[in-house]
Write a protein that binds this ligand. Structure first.
Ligand code: CMX
Length: 434
């Protein structure tokens, strides 16, 4: 086994008895109750999933393996000639719970380098899509086409012990993770660069190689690293993470699960909100005929959107009750690197204007911005202006967390997911209406 896999195995051996003891000694202990409102309202706040990869506090925001984002940006080993951490270091952390050394990061990088190549048929699948297809649909199909490569499937049908499920799942996960930036870059070049060839640079890390494949010079390599890191995980109940976990719980392999994750992320209430923010701002820009809006004009635009029965993209959250720290990381990057950017001026004004309006509107439980409000601006500034593509970037990042979770789900042996549903009649009987 390689260094990373050995380490995961060691951690699994330590973790399995903890879950066994919880089940044996405290299996009947109540940790959450479900109200009518929660059953009707998308199970908000029901504690019924377990993950050790990340935890989302409503007021503090996300912690990966116990570390806040600012802590991670300080502690994780940096990419060569850069202040930004390597994505490979985050992969090590999410899988093991430990901050890696430089040597451990290099080892992950080397492990992944050998897995980047795409089989020829995947290019053909991508090429078969018409150019007006949404990049998320192409990405999902491209991942599905790779399913025939699953080692888990081969081993399963050879009769593998349950205790070993995590091992070929790890191999599948690392294979897919290494290929995702290549898939994303190939889709980008096909759709927006007249099919320019996607050259991979084996000397570059996960983020650096992605930037190079889509032809973006430095500092976009750091933007890519930051983007993949902040999008990696948001505990397990969000649609993309939950979809990935749910599909994998039936022992579908990671290709089926990540395609499911991508499909869930492609909704405008979730990952697609980053493209919606840009689309919405462009609408305002057109209305303004190039002139920068004053505060009153911006307020009117926000109210018009709400009065039209639409949501303000990039604001609100199902769990968070304050500004998303993923938003703050990107805002600080903008304030440092692109303070005068025209689009950033819009986002900056929205940061001031939207929360008081949402409070006055009185619907959203959280009037503060989420990560999607800020992420498109940075992409746009560095020349990635094709905003339909932004959720593909989100997908590459999110797969890191979802795949880490799936490896651990298999290691712990979490069963097939199967909550119970009831009918509206039954609900009315329970509350005494019938
Ligand atoms: N603009 C207008 N109305 C909003 C709103 C927003 N940004 N956020 C929430 N609301 C509304 C809801 O639509 C709901 O309306 P009704 O009472 O009419 O049904 C009401 O406020 C209560 O919703 P909530 O409990 O505050 O929010 P939910 O947990 O139901 O939904 C989310 C969360 C993110 C889907 C919602 O805030 C939203 O639609 N935001 C805009 C889209 C967005 O930015 N999504 C990305 C989230 C981050 C991510 O997952 O990537």
């Amino acid at each position: 086994m390689g260094q990373l896999k050995d380490k995961i195995y060691e951690k699994i051996q330590e973790h399995r008895p903890r879950v066994k003891a919880l089940l044996a000694d405290h299996g009947e202990k109540i940790i959450s109750e479900v109200t009518v409102q929660q059953a009707i309202g998308g199970m908000r706040g029901v504690k019924a999933l377990i993950t050790d990869i990340s935890y989302l506090d409503p007021y503090e925001g996300i912690r990966y393996r116990g570390f806040t984002l600012p802590e991670l940006f300080t502690k994780l080993p940096k990419a060569e000639n850069s202040d930004m951490p390597c994505v490979e270091g985050l992969i090590y952390l999410l899988l093991t719970g430990d901050i890696p050394t430089d040597e451990q990061v290099s080892n992950v990088r080397y492990t992944m380098l050998n897995r980047r190549m795409l089989p020829k048929y995947v290019y053909e699948v991508i090429d078969a899509f018409p150019n007006h297809s949404h990049p998320m649909a192409i990405l999902s199909a491209a991942v599905m086409s790779l399913q025939r490569e699953s080692l888990f499937n081969i081993k399963y049908h050879q009769g593998m012990s349950k205790l070993d499920y995590w091992d070929p799942t790890y191999e599948d996960a690392m294979n897919l993770l290494a290929k995702l930036p290549v898939l994303g870059a190939y889709i980008y070049n096909k759709l927006y660069k007249d099919g320019k060839s996607t050259y991979q640079d084996p000397t570059l890390d996960f983020g650096g190689n992605f930037a190079s494949m889509i032809g973006q010079p430095s500092p976009y390599d750091d933007v890519a690293r930051m983007y993949f890191i902040i999008h990696a995980d948001h505990e397990s109940g969000n649609v993309s993470a939950h979809a990935g976990h749910l599909v994998a719980s039936s022992l579908s392999d990671v290709y089926f699960a990540i395609s499911g994750m991508i499909n869930g992320l492609a909704g405008p209430l979730h990952g697609l909100a980053n493209q919606e923010v840009l689309r919405w701002i462009q609408e305002l820009r057109e209305k303004m005929g190039g002139k920068a809006p004053v505060r009153e004009e911006m307020e009117k635009f926000v109210w018009d959107t709400l009065n039209n029965g639409q949501v303000i993209p990039g604001f609100g959250h199902a769990v968070l009750r304050k500004t998303d720290p993923r938003y703050t990381v990107q805002r600080e990057f903008c304030l440092k690197q692109l303070p005068d950017d025209d689009l950033f001026q819009y986002v900056n004004m929205l940061y001031d204007v939207v929360p008081p309006i949402l409070k006055k509107h009185g619907h959203a439980k959280n009037p503060w911005p989420n990560l999607d409000a800020q992420s498109g601006v940075i992409q746009w500034h560095y020349g990635v202006t094709q905003y339909d593509f932004y959720t593909v970037l989100f997908s590459i990042g999110r797969a890191i967390g979802v795949l880490s979770n799936i490896i651990w789900d298999r290691a712990i042996g979490y069963p097939i997911e199967r909550p119970k549903s009831i009918t509206t009649d039954m609900l009315e009987q329970i509350v005494g209406i019938k």
